[in-house]
Ligand binder design. Structure first.
Ligand SMILES: Cc1ncc(COP(=O)(O)O)c(C=O)c1O
Length: 719
C-alpha cells in the first residue's frame, strides 16, 4: 500500500542501483529520481535532471520535494575511468556527496549513502566494518571520502556493497554481461582469484527497506553473506540458465592489464547487519537464484522496456513465428491521417510510393491493398491471358501461382534448389515452352533467386520463341534484401517486382502491397488497373473532345473537372492514406529491422549448426538476405517425433512455429484443375516433409531467443 505522505529522493536514478531501487520503492513512496546526463523515463516516478557537481541543485530539490528519505546512489563507478579522471571523480563522488549532505541538514531526512566494497584493500577478505579503510584505487578513495562527509550527518546510514542486476541503460552489470555474451555464444573469461560477496539489486532493496523501518544508522556492510570467485559466479549463473559452460575460461587477474589496482578478496562480513536487523542475509547463490527467476519471469524486459523509446506493440506472452513491430511513431503517423480529411486517397500514398522507389532504386512504384493484388495487376500489365503459361516455384504462398490463373493462364511449377529452396534455374530451362508468357521467381524467406541466370535463360527463350517473356519477381519476402550489389525490388533483372506488407513481413501497412518497375508504360497500366481501369490523366484519354472544355484555347486546353475515362477493366485495389502513413513510418525502420533479424539469425545459426538432425538455412554468396523467415529442416523421422506433435509441444511451451509452405502443385485446386500432383517436384516435396519456420521478428528479446533455442535443442537432443 502506498504511503502517500512519504517521499523518497533517489540520486543516480539512471544507474543500475538507482533505477532498480526506484522500481522497488515506487509503490510505497512518492519517488523523485535525479539523473545527470542520461535522461530516463520510468513509469510512476518523477525524474528530473540535476548536476551533482553544482552546489545548489540538491538544495533546491530537497527544499521543493521535502523528502523523508534520500537514497544517494549517484556515483562514478568505472574503476579504471575513475583512476584516469581523478578530478572529476572527486567532484562527483566526494564533493557531490558533501553538497547533498549540506542539502539534507534537517534531521528529519534519512540519508542512505551507497558505498562500496572497494573501500577495503582486498588483502584478507571477510572484512568487518571496523577494519581499516584502505582502498587500492581512486574510486574506493573517493567513495571513502563520501563516507566521511555522510558521517557528519546524524540521521544517516552508509551501506558498503557490491551489486548486480538489470540495468536500464545500454550498459551491463556483471551478471547481465555474462548472460548476454553466453547467449550470443561468445567465449568469456572469469577471474579465478578475485572473490566478492555481490548481491542482487532487488535483494539489496529488500534489505534497505528493513534498514529504513528499523531506523538503523552508522556504517554497515550490506551484500550477500557468502562469496564466490568471479569465475565461480560466472559458472553458477551459466548453470542456472542452462548456458554453455564451455565458453567460460578461468583466468588470473594478474594477467589482465587493468589501469587501476583492484583488491583480490573483497568479501565482507555481514554479522553486524544481520544482528541489528535480526534477519539472515541471503547467500550469493540465493541472490543468483532470484536474479535468474526474475529473468525468466520477464522482469529484465520490464525494466529495459520501461523507457519510452523502442517500445513495441503488442506485448505478447506467446512467441509467434513472425509479427509486426509497431512503435509510438507508427501510431502517431496513423493518428495524424485519421485526424485529417483524407482517409483514402491523399498525399501519403504518393509519398510512400516515392519512398519505395528511393529505397529499392526502381523508377516507379504502385502501391495497392495487398501483395496478391500487386501480383494480379502485374500479370495483367504483362498481358497474360488464356492459353499462356507462367512458370513459378511450388514452395511459395498460393498467391504466386493464383495470379496467373486469375488471368486464365496455366501455372507451371519448376522444382526448387535443395540449398536455397528457391526455384532451380535448370528446371526453368526444362519447363519453358513457346507458350511461356512470364516467369515469377519467388525470393523465398528473403533470399533472392539467381536473377542474373534467370534473366539470361529468359532472354534466350525470347530469342528462340520470338516473343516477350516477362520476369515478375515475387519479392513479397524480400524488401530490404540485396543481390549482387543491387537492392531487391530495383528490377535490375526483371520487368516488375512485387512486395507484400502483410504484418509478418518486413514492414507492414496492415494489408498492402506494391509493384515496382523501371518501365513507364507498365507503370501507367498498373496505375489504371489498381483503380477500375480508370484514368484521369490528360494524354491517356480516348475522347479528348469530351475531356476538355470547348471554350479553352488550343494551346492551353482546360480539362473538364469531373472527367475520367475507363479505358480498361480494372479493380478497386487501392491502398489507403492511413495505410501508407503507417508504411512510410515503417520504411524508416526497415534497415534497423533487417539488421536485428540478421543478428538473431546469427545467434540461431551458431546454436543449431552443430546439431546433427537439424539443417540451418544456407545463404548464397551473391545474396544478402533480410531473413523474412528462419526455416530449419528437421529429420523428424530420426529425431523420433512427428512434426505435428513437435509443433504442439512447442506451442504448449509458448513458442509458435509454422510450415512454409505446402507445395502449391499438391493443393487440391491445382491437382483438380491442372492435373498437377505429388511427384511433380521431388525436391520441393522432400523439403516440405522437413521444414519448420521458427520465430523470427525484430522485437524478439534476448530471452525469447534463448527460450526458442533451449526448447528446440532440448527436443532435438533428447527425443
Ligand atoms: C511469396 C508470397 N507471395 C505473395 C503473397 C501475398 O501477399 P498478401 O498476403 O499481401 O496478399 C504472400 C503472402 O504471404 C507471399 O508470402
Amino acid at each position: 500500500m502506498k504511503n502517500r505522505n512519504k517521499t523518497m529522493f533517489i540520486t543516480g536514478v539512471s544507474g543500475l542501483l538507482g533505477n532498480n531501487l526506484a522500481y522497488y520503492f515506487k509503490d510505497s513512496y512518492d519517488v523523485v529520481g535525479q539523473y545527470c546526463s542520461h535522461q530516463v523515463f520510468i513509469r510512476g516516478i518523477k525524474t528530473l535532471r540535476a548536476d551533482i557537481c553544482s552546489k545548489d541543485s540538491f538544495g533546491e530539490i530537497i527544499a521543493k520535494y521535502e523528502p523523508d528519505v534520500v537514497l544517494h546512489c549517484a556515483s562514478l563507478t568505472d574503476i579504471d575511468s575513475c583512476e584516469n579522471h581523478k578530478e572529476l571523480t572527486k567532484l562527483v563522488n566526494s564533493i557531490g556527496t558533501s553538497h547533498l549532505v549540506q542539502a539534507c541538514k534537517s534531521p528529519k531526512i534519512k540519508l542512505v549513502y551507497i558505498s562500496t566494497d572497494s573501500v577495503y584493500d582486498g588483502s584478507k577478505g571477510n572484512f568487518k566494518e571496523t577494519d581499516k579503510v584502505n582502498s587500492l584505487n581512486y574510486y574506493g578513495v573517493s567513495k571513502a571520502e563520501g563516507e566521511q562527509a555522510v558521517l557528519k550527518k546524524k540521521n544517516s546510514v552508509i551501506l558498503r556493497t557490491n551489486i548486480f542486476g538489470w540495468n536500464i541503460q545500454e550498459k551491463y552489470s556483471i551478471a547481465e554481461w555474462i548472460l548476454y555474451e553466453l547467449l550470443k555464444y561468445r567465449p568469456i573469461k572469469g577471474f579465478k582469484n578475485v572473490y566478492f560477496s555481490s548481491i542482487y539489486t532487488f535483494e539489496f532493496a529488500r534489505i534497505v527497506e528493513q534498514i529504513l523501518s528499523k531506523e538503523l544508522t552508522g556504517i554497515y556492510n550490506c551484500a550477500s553473506k557468502t562469496s564466490l570467485s568471479k569465475y565461480e559466479f560466472t559458472c553458477a549463473l551459466a548453470k542456472r540458465l542452462h548456458l554453455n559452460h564451455d565458453l567460460i575460461e578461468p583466468i588470473d587477474i594478474n594477467d589482465f592489464p587493468f589501469t587501476a589496482r583492484r583488491g583480490k578478496n573483497l568479501t565482507m562480513n555481514m554479522d553486524k547487519l544481520s544482528c541489528d536487523l535480526g534477519i539472515e542475509l541471503p547467500t550469493i547463490e540465493e541472490s543468483l537464484d532470484n536474479f535468474c527467476c526474475d529473468y525468466t519471469q520477464g522482469l529484465a524486459d520490464v525494466i529495459k522496456n520501461s523507457q519510452h523509446k523502442d517500445k513495441w506493440y503488442p506485448q505478447l506472452s506467446c512467441i509467434p513465428y513472425g509479427r509486426q513491430s509497431i512503435d509510438d511513431d507508427d501510431i502517431a503517423a496513423v493518428v495524424e491521417v485519421l485526424k485529417s480529411s483524407n482517409l483514402t486517397q491523399g498525399g501519403r500514398v504518393a509519398d510512400f510510393e516515392q519512398a519505395l522507389s528511393d529505397y529499392t532504386g526502381a523508377r516507379f512504384a504502385v502501391a495497392v491493398n495487398s501483395g496478391t493484388s500487386a501480383l494480379h495487376i502485374a500479370c495483367l500489365a504483362a498481358a497474360i491471358k488464356e492459353g499462356d503459361e507462367v512458370i513459378t516455384s511450388p514452395i511459395t504462398f498460393v498467391a504466386s501461382a493464383n495470379c496467373a490463373v486469375y488471368c486464365g493462364a496455366v501455372p507451371v511449377f519448376a522444382d526448387i534448389d535443395n540449398m536455397t529452396y528457391n526455384i532451380l534455374y535448370v528446371e526453368i530451362e526444362r519447363k519453358i515452352t513457346e507458350r511461356a508468357k512470364a516467369i515469377i521467381p519467388v525470393h523465398f524467406a528473403g533470399q533472392s533467386c539467381d536473377m542474373e541466370t534467370i534473366s539470361r535463360i529468359v532472354r534466350r527463350a525470347e530469342k528462340k520463341y520470338g516473343h516477350k517473356i516477362f520476369i515478375i519477381e515475387d519479392a513479397s519476402h524480400a524488401l530490404g534484401s540485396r543481390y549482387k550489389g543491387t537492392n531487391v525490388g530495383s528490377c535490375t533483372y526483371s520487368d516488375m517486382a512485387v512486395m507484400s506488407f502483410h504484418p509478418v513481413k518486413h514492414i507492414t501497412t496492415g494489408e498492402g502491397g506494391a509493384v515496382l518497375t523501371n518501365d513507364e508504360s507498365l507503370y501507367k497500366k498498373l496505375k489504371q488497373l489498381r483503380s477500375h481501369g480508370i484514368t484521369n490523366t490528360p494524354g491517356e484519354f480516348v475522347y479528348n473532345e469530351l475531356a476538355f472544355q470547348r471554350s479553352a484555347s488550343k494551346n492551353q486546353p482546360l480539362m473538364n473537372p469531373w472527367y475520367y475515362e475507363q479505358v480498361d477493366l480494372g479493380y478497386n485495389y487501392r491502398i489507403t492514406n492511413i495505410q501508407c502513413a503507417l508504411g512510410l513510418s515503417q520504411l524508416k525502420k526497415l534497415n534497423k529491422f533487417r539488421e536485428r533479424r540478421r543478428e538473431i539469425v546469427d545467434i540461431y545459426n551458431r546454436a543449431f549448426k552443430s546439431i546433427e538432425l537439424i539443417q540451418i538455412p544456407f545463404e548464397s554468396e551473391d545474396c544478402d538476405s533480410n531473413f523474412h523467415l528462419y526455416v530449419l529442416l528437421f529429420n523428424f523421422h530420426q529425431i523420433g517425433i512427428q512434426r505435428a506433435q513437435f509443433m504442439n509441444e512447442l506451442k504448449a511451451r509458448g513458442i509458435q512455429t509454422q510450415v512454409h509452405y505446402i507445395p502449391v502443385h499438391t493443393q487440391p485446386y491445382y491437382q483438380k484443375r491442372f492435373g498437377t500432383g505429388w511427384g511433380d517436384c521431388p525436391n520441393a516435396e522432400e523439403y516440405y516433409q522437413k521444414c519448420l519456420s521458427i520465430p523470427l521478428f525484430p522485437a524478439m528479446t534476448e530471452r525469447d531467443i534463448e527460450k526458442v533455442i533451449n526448447e528446440i535443442t532440448d527436443f532435438a537432443r533428447n527425443n
